[in-house]
Design a protein around this ligand. Structure first.
Ligand code: CA
Length: 246
């Protein structure tokens, strides 16, 4: 097992390297994110340990660029602070796990082994279904070149659909993924929000992407949406929120 350690503090990098070697792993050290990018591109590592605070591009950006380059090996981020935002930014950027400094080597080793058992899994940090694009990190959604503004709930619901394109998701699955425990206790809350979503991601573009599967739930078409029949896809899109068929 060969691990790439990305850490600019020489003492910490040395400690990590020796700790990994004592655990029977091989370890290389990069002191900059930029170095990590080419090293990960030219050597088949089993995992990356990535510190957040780095000179030049930071750990978050390094992680995003690795994923953007199609490097899907497990990444464990080291966060100096016990800050929720750091963990969220790391995971949204494509990291698989995080560990707060200071940490124990026993825990680091155990987490690394768990990640390596999973192996490289392709999981783009930006979700794309047809011409629908959702970036969890920047919380932006667009269809084609047009940005779409969504509420927090609408965003969470669309993200749930976009992680499972083509699959039928029932109301309970959608609630579990997009609502927290104190979700509005209304039986039709999912139906209401699917309607809101359609008004924003479909109607203005004269496409139909969120399908109702009677008795089962909803499905996001894997192609991202087809032209609404009659619209032919050539009609100029109407941006109004009225209920007409324009
Ligand atoms: Ca550092």
């Amino acid at each position: 097992m060969r691990v790439l350690v990305v850490e600019d503090e020489i003492k910490m990098a040395g400690l990590l390297r020796r700790g990994l070697m004592a655990d029977g792993m091989a370890a290389d050290v990069a002191i900059k994110g930029e170095d990590a990018l080419w090293m990960a591109g030219s050597t088949a590592y089993d995992a990356v340990i990535l510190d957040v605070m780095l000179p030049g591009i930071d750990g978050f950006e390094t992680c995003r660029r690795l994923r953007a380059d199609g490097v899907w090996i497990p990444i464990l981020m080291l966060t100096a602070r016990d800050a929720v935002e750091d963990r969220v930014a790391g995971l949204d950027g494509g990291a698989d796990d995080y560990l707060n400094k200071p940490f124990s080597f026993a825990e680091l080793g155990a987490r690394l082994r768990a990640l390596v058992r999973r192996g490289p899994v392709e999981r783009p940090s930006v979700l794309t279904v047809g011409d629908l694009v959702l970036d969890p990190a920047s919380r932006r959604v667009r269809r084609g070149a047009r940005d779409i503004s969504l509420s927090t709930k609408e965003f969470a619901l669309l993200q749930t659909f976009m992680r499972r394109p083509g699959d039928v998701l029932d109301r309970l699955q959608l609630i579990e993924h997009a609502w927290d425990d104190d979700y509005e206790n209304r039986s039709n809350v999912v139906d209401v929000y699917v309607r809101y979503l359609r008004e924003k991601i479909d109607r203005p573009f004269a496409v139909d992407s969120l399908e109702t599967v009677r008795g089962a739930g909803y499905r996001l078409r894997a192609d991202g949406g087809r032209p609404v029949s009659g619209a032919g896809g050539t009609r100029p899109a109407c941006a109004c929120a009225c209920a007409c068929a324009c």
